[in-house]
Design a protein around this ligand. Structure first.
Ligand SMILES: C[S@@+](CC[C@H](N)C(=O)[O-])C[C@H]1O[C@@H](n2cnc3c(N)ncnc32)[C@H](O)[C@@H]1O
Length: 266
């Protein structure tokens, strides 16, 4: 068991999330409190790592998850790009105005099918310059493959790609597409975490940072945000180096393989 440091920065981070929850509950959308807590914790970790970069969301709806991205972006040097085929600009701007009175150039709202992103200058201008990418648009296998290939061009070294509805029985093609893309691009993406309906990918050269973060800090960070979860690493890294997280299971905060439940290897 590792000792988790409660730093003044962490105290500040959890207080800000508690304040954000009121806004979270007021915006219509598909973004659970558990996922919001996990995002907030990882975005704070990027801040601690000084990992700067733009943010992209494909599939915005009314701006629920986009608002949390906005809270973490630095408008003086980072841009939040929000793409939706049926963009509800008034609703999204109204949600974002809770965070920034003036949206200025730090937010780009693009009304387009994400498949057209491959034709957009963003792919050249934003090459490996994005630190947070959320794929939550069309849930067909071909759309997910397209969106992952866009993310592959845009993701920075310390960036994270999050894909919605991973392991959701309604959309088995999403899980299949993510697994296939990662398997076919092992030098580009590593699946380091999944849970609460989402998958999290990192660049393989930086996956260790995120695996270590999950092992040492994620559960404490979630608890600070009011979420009691279990983090599972139920096989050896040589077989699959991915954490799973979900509602607290059998009172265990962390759970290793069935045959060695106290052992978490990364
Ligand atoms: C589940 S909602 C997104 C939820 C949102 N992230 C939230 O926080 O509530 C899916 C969104 O994807 C958009 N969408 C569907 N197909 C798309 C496509 N091909 N390209 C871009 N956006 C698409 C829809 O218009 C819808 O707003």
């Amino acid at each position: 068991m590792t000792m988790e440091m409660i730093t003044p920065q962490k105290v500040h981070d959890v207080a800000r999330f508690a304040e954000h929850l009121d806004l979270h509950h007021r915006i219509d959308g598909w973004f659970s409190v558990e996922s919001a807590a996990a995002w907030d914790a990882m975005l704070c970790k990027q801040n601690a790592l000084r990992a700067q970069g733009h943010m992209l969301e494909i599939g915005v709806w009314k701006g629920k998850s986009a608002t949390l991205m906005a809270i973490h972006s630095d408008p003086t040097q980072e841009v939040v790009v929000l793409v939706d085929k049926y963009l509800d600009q008034p609703a999204i701007e109204s949600a974002l105005h809770n965070v920034y009175a003036n949206l200025g150039d730090s937010f780009q709202l693009l009304k387009m099918d994400s498949r057209r992103l491959v034709l957009d200058p963003i792919l050249v201008d934003g090459f490996e310059a994005f630190r947070w990418i959320h794929i939550d648009g069309e849930h067909s296998g071909r759309a997910v493959i397209n969106d992952l290939s866009v993310a592959n061009t845009l993701l920075s070294d310390q960036g994270v790609v999050c894909i919605d509805d991973y392991f959701n029985w309604l959309y088995p093609q999403v899980t299949e597409a993510v697994n296939r893309y990662v398997r076919e691009h092992p030098d580009q993406f590593a699946l380091f975490l999944c849970g609460y309906n989402k998958a999290y990918l990192a660049r393989p050269h930086h996956a260790h940072t995120w695996l270590q973060y999950c092992k040492e800090e994620l559960m404490g960070d979630l608890e600070g945000r009011g979420v009691e979860a279990t983090l599972a690493k139920s096989t050896l890294p040589t077989e699959m180096n991915t954490f799973g997280m979900g509602p607290r299971f059998e009172g265990q905060r962390m759970r290793g393989p069935d045959w060695a439940q106290q052992t978490i290897r990364i």
